[in-house]
Ligand binder design. Structure first.
Ligand code: ZN
Length: 88
């Protein structure tokens, strides 16, 4: 029987935005093709529960994450463009 490895501690602070982007990129890469709903969800009407049409809070939250990451990427693209640096 082996003991599970203890995760390494990270010294210092971790920028929450960096963590959010990492989770976003990982989850989006795991999904196949463009998907209007959150990971693990596939509603008939995007973001609405099939049974009663109420708003799905997970999809709402995930779409906020998408927007945050997109706005950050756009802002950084503009910064790099203005400084003459590479634009991805
Ligand atoms: Zn949903």
């Amino acid at each position: 029987m082996t003991t599970p490895a203890t995760p390494a501690r990270v010294e210092g602070t971790l920028d929450p935005l960096v963590l959010l982007i990492a989770v976003h990129d990982y989850m989006e890469a795991a999904m196949i093709g463009p998907h209007p709903d959150a990971p693990g969800h596939s509603h008939n009407v995007p973001g609405k529960w099939d049974a009663d049409g109420t708003t799905c809070e997970w999809c709402t939250t995930w779409n906020r994450v998408r927007k945050c990451v997109e706005q950050n990427d756009t802002a950084h693209r503009q910064d790099r463009s203005a400084s003459g640096g590479p634009v991805r």
